[in-house]
Write a protein that binds this ligand. Structure first.
Ligand code: ADP
Ligand code: MG
Length: 385
């Protein structure tokens, strides 16, 4: 695609781009709804990405062409506003607004943008777009690219300009991912650790249920409130806790009677899920992929029964995965209520798994399943030629 992106750029703007940048989408292996509880997440960057071919302009105009949407938009560098005609341009605009706020002077630029991260499927095409934009703008304007700071800047772009209250995981993994490694992120202090995942042994397969993530905003906010309520009530018995991250499984067992039932279930998920992430890291570091799979299964059960963010189609996909040979673990990934499942599958079983689950899902639901066998990609970077 980089070659054809280059020729698309030439066709659109004449001449060659200064750079072609790619930033990956992601899938979270385990650690769901832990980020806003100051906890742990464990994503991988995948070989689906957003690509931007770009060139600095001599004036202060921005000309963007979206290959996916087959449309163009033009705006000045110093008047960044949301445009309901081109909502996709809010992502680079948001990044530009934050770079400007951080004191950088930006030139105009021309760009052609193409992505193959499915939109709105929970693989974070939005973060990939922000991080690709930030990297492109850094190159064009000679701004040093500090990966952690840029991930934070992209998160602010999504929070403030786009208006989505996402955590830091998506931008962080898109900026810092490493080939053939998963990334443990401590969402409290942003410390992180790379953990090798042997791609010759197991594959990560994503199944896109095809059902949109309905309800997600209001339910997400409710879950956040319930977690906060849990912290407040538990802090009467466990002084000094600031987030569910600070509650151990033992403390939770001892004091859970202080919580009303719903809040208790929500908190149980988060407290146990944080521990599962750490156990998963330990399992992978010891090459124990079976254990990793069992932890993913437990994560799904907890998201379904305690956090209650699953839905029938996702539960069905997980059940079908369990019925398929060579599947080590399966769970919903992302916020829930739709989107994707992530499956850990022995390499030699992938083909049969994909065939069987696609067929069985179609039979049961009438829906066509999209599957992605993911390679673990590096984080944002420049493409040659
Ligand atoms: P997710 O991040 O889960 O994929 P979001 O709703 O957060 O879903 O972000 C999807 C939006 O990001 C799209 O509606 C579009 O505005 C923008 N986007 C994603 N990929 C592209 C692309 N290839 N070209 C232009 N805009 C894109
Ligand atoms: Mg998104």
């Amino acid at each position: 695609m980089s070659r054809s992106l280059k020729s698309l750029f030439s066709k659109k703007f004449g001449g060659e781009p200064d750079c072609i940048v790619r930033a990956p989408g992601r899938v979270n292996l385990i650690g769901e709804h832990t980020d806003y509880n100051d906890g742990f997440v464990f994503p991988i960057a995948i070989d689906r990405d957003i690509r931007i071919a770009a060139r600095r302009r001599r004036d202060e105009e921005v000309h963007l062409h979206s290959v996916n949407f087959e449309t163009d938009t033009v705006f000045p560098v110093d008047a960044l506003e949301k445009d309901p005609q081109h909502p996709w341009a809010d992502y680079p605009k948001g990044v530009m607004a934050e770079l400007t706020k951080a004191g950088h002077t930006l030139s105009g630029w021309d760009a052609v943008i193409y992505g193959n991260v499915p939109l709105g499927a929970g693989l974070s095409s939005s973060a990939a777009f922000e991080v690709a934009s930030a990297y492109t703008l850094s190159l064009i304007n000679e701004i040093p690219f500090d990966s952690v700071q840029m991930a934070l800047l992209c998160q602010r772009a999504e929070n403030r300009f786009v208006g989505v209250q996402c955590g830091i995981m998506d931008q962080f993994i898109s900026a810092l991912g490493k080939k053939d490694h998963a990334l443990l992120i401590d969402c409290r202090n942003l410390s992180y650790r790379y953990v090798p995942l042997d791609s010759g042994q197991v594959s990560v397969v994503v199944c896109n249920s095809g059902v949109q993530r309905g309800l997600v905003d209001s339910e997400y906010n409710t879950r956040r409130r319930q977690c906060e309520e849990g912290v407040q009530l538990l802090s009467e018995a466990i002084p000094g806790i600031k987030a569910l991250r600070d509650v151990s499984l033992e403390d939770f067992e001892t004091h859970q009677r202080l919580l009303p039932e719903i809040v208790r279930k929500r908190c149980r998920h988060v407290v146990a899920e944080n521990q599962r992430v750490l156990d998963a890291v330990h399992a992978l570091e010891n090459g124990d992929v079976e254990k990793m799979g069992r932890l993913m299964d437990a994560s799904h059960a907890s998201l379904r029964d305690d956090f209650e963010v699953s839905r029938d189609e996702l539960d069905l996909l997980v059940d079908l995965a369990h019925a398929s040979e060579g599947v080590l673990g399966a769970r919903l990934t992302g916020a829930g209520f739709g989107g994707c499942t992530v499956n850990l599958v022995q390499c030699d079983a992938v083909e049969a798994f994909v065939r069987q689950i696609t067929e069985a899902y179609r039979k049961k639901t009438g829906l066509s399943l999209e599957t992605y066998v993911c390679a673990i990609a590096p984080g944002v970077g420049e493409l040659e030629g």
